[in-house]
Design a protein. Structure first.
Length: 206
């Protein structure tokens, strides 16, 4: 019983930090700066649903899907990095509270993927899904994963209180700084994907 509890807590903490909740909060605040609270909460719920679906599919079927389409983790790094870079450009050069973004649009890309579910999270999900064969541990791992998603969701739901603390000027500054950080992270993801791909001679490996 104790070992199962320790396993549950370890998986929960691992994914909670892999989801980079405070970085996700920064991007969330930047993209939804002047949105009404009701709409912002709807986005937070949709982000949690999207992340849950992505993670569960990857946890149970990720390696099979990657094999089926011939996708490597490095290819995902490159593609996700390109999407993330486009989001970074928007954060730096557009108004952070731009109402042109639809709720569903930002909930899936870039918030759920690749800000929260990035290459590190996907790699961990693929490895964990392949390593755990015991039915009880798979169930515990699934529950711990969902708890980690809910924990991030709570932080996003409390974003209004955080926004009141930092103010509108703080949100604007946070948006610009976040955009620069996101751009650097995107460039790093692309470079890592290309470097690892070239290092293995372009071989398609799971």
């Amino acid at each position: 019983m104790q070992s199962s509890f320790v396993f549950f807590v370890n998986v929960w903490m691992k994914f909670f930090f892999l989801f980079t909740p405070f970085f996700a909060l920064s991007v969330f605040l930047s993209l939804t700066g002047a949105w009404p609270e009701k709409r912002r909460r709807r986005v937070a719920v949709q982000v949690c649903l999207a992340v849950s679906i992505f993670c569960l599919v990857l946890f149970f079927f990720g390696r099979n899907l990657f094999d089926l389409f011939g996708i490597t983790l490095d290819a995902f790094r490159t593609g996700a990095g390109a999407l993330l870079f486009l989001a970074a450009v928007g954060l730096v050069y557009e108004k952070p509270n731009d109402a042109g973004h639809s709720t569903e649009e930002i909930a899936v890309v870039p918030l759920a993927l690749p800000v929260i579910v990035g290459p590190a999270t996907i790699g961990t999900l693929l490895v964990l899904g392949a390593e755990i064969t015991d039915a009880r541990q798979r169930l515990l791992g699934c529950l711990a994963l969902l708890l980690a998603v809910c924990s991030v969701g709570v932080i996003l739901l409390l974003s209004a209180y955080i926004e009141r603390g930092v103010g509108k000027r703080g949100i604007t500054i946070m948006s610009k700084v976040t955009g620069v950080i996101v751009a650097a992270l995107a460039a790093q993801m692309i470079l890592m994907g290309v470097r690892h791909f070239m290092g293995c001679g372009g071989a398609v490996q799971p």
